[in-house]
Write a protein that binds this ligand. Structure first.
Ligand code: LCS
Length: 393
């Protein structure tokens, strides 16, 4: 079905789906590593691009293609590239668009390994990286060098929940011939559409909101620029960062309920944030939906809702946070985020442990910061769990 003129909720269910020989209601799992050519000429045409038939699953597969087209449609993009994980998406983009002697400017608060792989690995191949607080646009402009190629942002940032103005970054990128890449994992296309705001590339860990059920790991990259799609797909295929057909099937299943999951989770999150904000043991709460968030106005401007991620600190610092995490029962003490279940974790010792203590501090990832991904359970139960946990702090 042609879905580009359909609404977002319709596209969640139908975009990318195709009719198979049996009229399957869902896109089947094409669990095949390779595909038979109709003739030697057809095989040659598939390789040269004259025919768009499938060749080999690392290069492309019908189930994976359906997911790529689904997410591309949700992001208002031209093409999608599915990857084995969110990190597979990030490293494919870095590999495709950076090279020896080139420079990337990135948010200092990003998912730990997205920064770590630049500092520890891409640096070995002569890629230079500068990390700044991209919430302050002047810091971006000051960091631009003649060899800067990429501007990479994550908004809201993991785990500080600081926001970066995507449209303003797109203007800086245009004026300076940079490619703007946005990690949209914390929002999903339901809440934020970076390509509409001028970004060149948007990527996701679909492990999180898009799949939403904490049962697979995966990633996706979307762009509107054919040349960028071509370059990134080439690197993804050569590095073997491809998704698996069963993974794609699971994500196609999960994404159908994205809108209703996010609606419920963000309704819960607002109540949880308000509860935490008034609690005497809580020293600060960072949630884009609270007027106390320093960029509340930007959240209202560029996000269609405030999401269900937040971070907060306790007056008792790290020890208090540790006690809280050991005394909650409903919230799972686990990394990852964006699933139907509420998760709590301590970034400084967990997801961002690979970043040096100085860099963590400079990025606002303080030792007292606790991160919460609010799920879709009954909100009264989530709050009661936090309340009893805080009682033990
Ligand atoms: N981007 C963001 C914003 C993330 O939060 C993560 C993972 C990734 C990319 C990488 O995706 P993956 O390879 O795991 O699919 N974030 C995690 C987190 O905060 N806790 O555990 C994983």
């Amino acid at each position: 079905m042609e879905t580009q003129d359909k609404g977002f909720n319709t596209r969640l269910i139908h975009a990318g789906a195709f009719e198979d020989a049996y009229g399957s209601a869902t896109v089947p799992i094409y669990q095949s590593s390779t595909f038979k050519f109709k003739s030697a000429r057809h095989g040659a045409d598939c390789f040269s691009g004259k025919s768009d038939g499938f060749i080999y699953t690392r290069i492309g597969n019908p189930t994976i293609r359906a997911l790529e087209q689904n997410i591309a449609s949700l992001e208002n993009g031209r093409d999608g590239i599915a990857t084995s994980s969110g990190m597979g998406a990030i490293t494919s983009v870095y590999m495709a668009l950076l090279g020896s002697g080139s420079h990337i400017i990135s948010s200092d608060a990003v998912y730990g390994p997205a920064r770590g792989v630049l500092e520890q690995d891409f640096s070995r191949f002569g890629v230079e990286a500068t990390f700044v607080n991209t919430s302050h646009l002047d810091q971006i402009v000051d960091a631009i060098r003649p060899n800067t190629r990429l501007l990479y942002i994550e908004t809201p940032a993991n785990p500080t929940m600081e926001l970066t103005d995507i449209a303003a970054c797109a203007k800086i990128a245009r004026d300076n011939k940079l490619i703007l890449v946005v990690d949209n994992t914390f929002c999903s296309p339901y809440l934020q559409k970076p390509l509409d705001l001028g970004a060149d590339v948007v990527l996701h860990s679909v492990t999180k909101f898009i799949n939403g059920h904490a049962d697979i790991v995966g990633g996706v990259i979307v762009s509107n620029t054919p040349e960028l799609c071509r370059k990134i797909r080439h690197c993804m295929v050569y590095m073997g960062c491809n998704m698996d057909p069963t993974q794609a099937f699971m994500v196609l299943r999960g994404v159908k309920t994205l809108a209703i999951r996010i609606e419920r989770a963000q309704e819960n999150a607002m109540q949880v944030a308000e509860f935490l904000q008034q609690h005497p043991k809580v020293s600060w709460v960072r949630y884009p939906g609270l007027k106390s968030h320093p960029q509340y106005a930007l959240a209202e401007k560029q996000m269609a809702g405030f999401g269900s991620m937040m971070s907060f600190g306790l007056h008792g610092g790290y020890q208090a946070g540790e006690k809280l995490m050991n005394h909650v029962h409903l919230a799972l003490l686990a990394v990852s985020l964006g699933g139907v279940e509420t998760l709590i974790q301590h970034p400084a010792s967990m997801t961002h442990a690979g970043i040096s203590p100085e860099n963590k501090l400079a990025a606002g990832i303080t030792d007292d910061l606790v991160r919460l991904s609010v799920g879709i359970e009954d909100v009264g139960d989530i709050i009661a769990d936090l309340e009893s946990g805080l009682h033990n702090v």
